[in-house]
Design a protein around this ligand. Sequence first.
Ligand SMILES: [Zn+2]
Ligand SMILES: [Zn+2]
Length: 469
Amino acid sequence: MTILITGGTVVSATGSGRADVLVDGETIAAVFSPGSAAFGPVSADTVIDASGKYVIPGGVDGHTHMEMPFGGTQASDTFETGTRAAAWGGTTTIVDFVVQAQGQHVQDQVALWHEKAAGNCAIDYAFHQIIGDVNADALKAMDELIGDGITSFKLFMAYPGVFLSSDGQILQAMQTAAGNGGLIMMHAENGSAIDVLVQQALERGETAPYYHGTTRPWQTEQEATHRAIMLADLAGAPLYVVHVSAKQALERIAEARDAGQNVFGETCPQYLYLSLEENLGAPGFEGAKWVCSTPLRARADGHQDELWKYIRTGDVTTVSTDHCPFCMKDQKDMGVGNFAKIPNGIGSVEHRMDLLYQGVADGRISLERWVDVCCTTPARMFGMYGQKGVISPGADADIVVYDPNGHTSIGVGKTHHMNMDYSAWEGWEIDGHVDVVLSRGAVVKDESGYIGTKGHGRFVRRGLSQNLI
Ligand SMILES: [Zn+2]
Ligand SMILES: [Zn+2]
């Protein structure tokens, strides 16, 4: 089966220009100048007309949590529903997290996550490993996982008693990563300080969702980010700080990068657009829709604009979703009367490409930077580049035809295929549209809608990060 995508503008992380793309089976066979004499007329089994449209690498979402257990419930998207929603939105690879909590064995958990995902995904998937219990067994498993294609390890400075690692444990895990070439990902919030602030707020009767934000102030994020940077420096390990929302934390990341350290920042659409005041502070219990950690920050303090700036400067390396959806009914509502019991997470896996394209339409980032932070650099960061993240001969044919003159209305009953009973983006209007999506050469979404199949998605064995100095 061959597919010719013709007439479009191919956009990469470094430039854009008119080119046709020939797909043969699961991979890209050629990228060539339309009408170029060297090729003559090219025929294919299927021709996709991309005139007036962008042809970009499929999105790589480096941070998702499908069916993740959390506080007695689990994230409401399964690997099946979540990857289908991703496909709708132009994302063709996710990197999800295997969870090892305290008392669990890493390798048992890896087997469990493979079981959950295998045969269920619409698009390709890979895994990071959460190490919630750093001990001799877990450190040994980190070495073993590198060979199994799981080359990044998330640690927590938050959630005491569940996932939190002590500074000594963090240092040990970083030393292990420094030895085996793995990448340490950090949830950087000072969990012990946050627990005190939460307790004090509840005692004052501050129980509404808004207080989720005020009890995780920027100081707790900046302090933890700084500590992680120093420990990584001590261990000689690279550090990738996940879901950064405070501008002060990014200041520290930028300083470390300027000093030549292998430190990277990730942010998510919710931190670029949404806020403490407007969203977490919505009337009644509505704010629960936007309870996630790190929390949404105050617009009055200018975090959102600063985050866009750091995307432009490169100090925000990637934009992922931290997709971790929960329904309002029977899930978020566990926290009525106590914000600390609201499951943490927002679902956005379907909308990341559109939401960041809106940044292009608004003049905040360039077209190329959009492709860079959403597709190419996540692939490089997590050791998949060449196979993923690029439109080039030999790469997997993960391709999106994006219409800059199209329009997308986000909301339940409109474009909403995530398994959630609300949208965190209800009413958002986007100046662009995902027209066609190919996953390894198969059209999984076109103008008729989703036409992919469950189980098409395969596990991607990742190499070491290709984005380290
Ligand atoms: Zn986290
Ligand atoms: Zn997460």
